[in-house]
Design a protein around this ligand. Structure first.
Ligand code: NDP
Ligand code: GDP
Length: 371
């Protein structure tokens, strides 16, 4: 019998890579997508199967983590062996603008999934993965951060995820459910949402190299993150649900890098050397040299500037994870390091904007007709 997985947040970065992984392992994959006025399935369109085909292994259901009855109905219908709860309002900065909605979707949404499984009598059948986050660590208590490090969340997003974390632990202990947290540190890819800092940088640098944009505006360049590749991290999610006993795991690379260094590495990938001058909000990045034959950037050009609008009311300054438990117990090991991740993202974004530029140069409008 094929195993069945239900993935919330399937239209997101991780949902797309996880769906690919599970399909490659022979699973029947069901995803929950939100209704939106524009298509929101770009990342998974290549996996779509016409429901009229025989042997359909990829099915989408309309739903929302804020709607219990909808979740109960889908879980009852699918009877999944595994649920991966990846759906969330996942942007830290935006969570300060929409704190109540974030609590509802990210915190109570997790409860709704656990409670649906319990109410439907599936506690012995269905294993649950909860997408927990390194943002739980927030204000630095100790480094590197491990499964034993105390939490100190610093945003409405992290506080909502803290509830998701503990309700998962509580249902595991109270009802003997196979429910686990993956405490994942930041992971990125060419599919990363455009407003997260890494993707904003690789898109911005690509546009600057192609002369489609002059300057990239960023917030706190001193923040340090432990960045890995999403492809590696979805492997860990899968492994977490294949163990004999349910446990929580930190997934990280163990290496931390500043936003400023990520910017330099992204420019360097395009053959452009950049130096930073100034401090705090006056900090700016200037081109030192450009060795790429296609991108002619003049030394001294200002290409990065700090804009305080991207600062957060409370910031998480330093994240660095200790992945030793996942490496020893799960046998998990990332294949990508940071330079490989940046190369993957830069290659993809340069290609994306090269195409866009070519169309523009040929006179095709790529702008929305209402702009
Ligand atoms: P994305 O933002 O790319 O994807 C989030 C997904 O959740 C999207 O499919 C989105 O749908 C969906 N979603 C949002 N709100 C709701 C809702 N109310 N009901 C149902 N679905 C909803 O995030 P990632 O793929 O990067 O992350 C996956 C999970 O892992 C998230 O829970 C995130 O918080 C967590 N996480 C991510 C980390 C990272 O570095 N990427 C680190 C640690 C944890 P739509 O496409 O319609 O917006
Ligand atoms: P987060 O770690 O989940 O908040 O992921 P982000 O990619 O959104 O942010 C990572 C870090 O980059 C945070 O410390 C941000 O403050 C910092 N940062 C600096 N400039 C920016 C920016 O322009 N956008 C975003 N999203 N983050 C920025």
């Amino acid at each position: 019998m094929k195993k069945k997985a239900l993935v919330t947040g399937i239209t997101g970065q991780d949902g797309a890579y996880l769906a690919e992984l599970l399909l490659s392992k022979g699973y029947e994959v069901h995803g929950i997508k939100r209704r939106s006025s524009l298509f929101n399935t770009d990342r998974i369109d290549h996996l779509y199967q016409d429901p009229h085909e025989t042997d359909v292994r990829f099915t989408m259901h309309y739903g929302d983590l804020t709607d219990s009855t909808n979740l109960i109905r889908i879980i009852q219908q699918v009877q999944p062996d595994e649920i991966y709860n990846l759906g969330a309002m996942s942007h830290v900065k935006v969570s300060f603008d929409t704190p109540e909605y974030t609590a509802n979707a990210d915190g109570i949404g997790t409860l709704r999934i656990l409670e649906a499984v319990r109410l439907l009598g599936l506690t012995k059948k269905t294993r649950i993965y909860q997408a927990s986050t390194s943002e739980l660590y927030g204000l630095v208590q100790e480094v590197p951060q491990s499964e034993k490090t105390p939490f100190y969340p610093r945003s409405p997003y992290a506080v909502a995820k803290l509830y998701g974390y503990w309700i998962t632990v509580n249902y595991r202990e109270a009802y003997d459910m196979y429910a686990c947290n993956g405490i994942l540190f930041n992971h990125e890819s060419p599919l990363r949402g455009e407003t997260f800092v890494t993707r904003k940088i690789t898109r911005g640098v690509s546009k600057i190299a192609l002369k489609m944009q002059s300057c990239l505006y960023l917030g706190n360049l001193d923040a340090k993150r432990d960045w890995g590749h999403a492809k590696d991290y979805v492997e860990a999610m899968y492994l977490i649900l294949q163990q004999d006993t349910p446990e929580d795991f930190v997934i990280a690379t163990g290496i931390t890098t500043t936003v400023r260094d990520f910017v330099k590495m992204a420019f360097s990938e395009a053959g452009i050397e950049v130096e930073f001058k100034g401090e705090g909000v006056d900090e700016k990045g200037y081109v030192v040299s450009c060795s790429h034959r296609d991108y002619q950037l003049v030394a001294g050009t200002e290409v990065v500037s700090v804009d305080p609008r991207y600062f957060r009311p409370t910031e998480v300054e330093l994240l660095i994870g200790d992945p030793s438990k996942s490496m020893s117990k799960l046998g998990w090991k990332p294949k990508y390091d940071l330079p490989m991740l940046i190369k993957d993202m830069m290659t993809s974004d340069l290609e994306l904007f090269r195409r866009e530029k070519t169309l523009k140069d040929l006179g095709y409008s790529i702008k929305n007709q209402f702009e």
